[in-house]
Design a protein around this ligand. Structure first.
Ligand code: SF4
Length: 291
């Protein structure tokens, strides 16, 4: 009898219960953050190796390949990842954060009425991103959905409303952070962006990051995390710890759209969010993420 799935479920239950009790302010047992960190690693295999950068992207720092694993899936990395150099995402060389003198307005003007990739054919609007040009915290999602395409604003649908609540639970407003996506035009039928579309569009987000100079990036969902961190590791293994992106700590966490379908994962995301709050020196709250 294979006991591994039973043990994994049991450990998940224990982890979730302890986190819930800690979040609820229960005291009298061992639930310090360091202990929760240790518990979070129980039964977790190491993060799969980093994918090699696509040859066509070799001159573009900080971009990788989209993965195919479902959000929250424990799917293994690709064969390419398994054969990669053995370098790990969390071991990436830490660089000095890049700051450019370019403004967001200049980047938007350069983007123009972009037709650089095929995604221009079906989009209604380019979704450039919005928020404070001096934001300390940058949220990066995958790409615009239907509501975003119509309104030309990021994260305004149901998932966006949940993101707004998460930002509020941090004691911040949308105007104080910056919200953007890996790609700026809605793919047909919300399909995953293709590598050549990412190759074309991602440099604009990269310039936005350099212009804003955030202290922390929160990668929402597997696609944003995998692209920023050049890995095809599933989000369930990437989330929960800071990983360097060109000198900026990135906290991968679940996408709000995933949280809408998986209520239980809000606890994990709240743990991730609290680490971001700690990094930014924001006062920790016990509210958690609600509907
Ligand atoms: S996705 Fe990016 S590169 Fe492609 S058309 Fe839209 S703005 Fe241009």
């Amino acid at each position: 009898m294979n006991l591994e799935p039973i043990i994994t479920d049991l450990l998940d239950e224990i982890r979730g219960t302890i986190r819930y009790m800690a979040d609820s302010g229960v005291t009298g047992f061992e639930c310090r953050p360091e202990t929760l960190e240790t518990i979070a690693k129980w039964n977790q295999p190491p993060v799969p190796p980093v994918l090699p950068v696509l040859p066509a992207l070799s001159g573009v720092e900080g971009i990788g390949v989209e993965g195919s694993a479902a959000e929250g899936s424990e799917a293994e990395g690709s064969e390419a990842a398994k054969k990669a150099s053995g370098q790990r995402a969390e071991d990436s060389r830490v660089e000095e954060p890049v700051r450019s003198s370019e403004t967001l307005e200049e980047i938007r003007a350069d983007l123009g009425d972009c037709t650089r990739c095929r995604l221009c054919e079906n989009r209604k609007n380019i979704v450039f991103g919005e928020g404070s040009p001096q934001a300390r915290l940058l949220f990066v999602g995958e790409g615009p959905g239907g509501d975003e395409d119509v309104q030309a604003r990021p994260f305004v649908g149901a998932a966006g409303q949940l993101l707004t609540k998460i930002i509020g639970a941090m004691g911040l407003t949308r105007e104080e952070v910056y919200i953007a996506n890996i790609i700026k035009c809605r793919p047909p039928n919300n399909r995953n962006p293709q590598p050549d579309e990412i190759e074309t569009c991602f440099p604009f987000l990269r310039r936005q990051i350099d212009a804003i100079g955030p202290e922390v990036i929160c990668a929402l969902g597997k696609f944003a995390a995998q692209t920023l961190l050049q890995t095809d590791a599933p989000i369930s293994r990437l989330r929960g710890r800071f990983i360097d992106y060109r000198g900026i700590p990135v906290m991968p966490t679940f996408h709000p759209a995933y949280l809408l379908r998986n209520e239980a994962s809000k606890r994990d995301t709240w743990q991730d969010v609290k680490k971001i709050m700690g990094r930014l020196g924001l006062p920790l709250r016990k509210t958690g993420i609600r509907r």
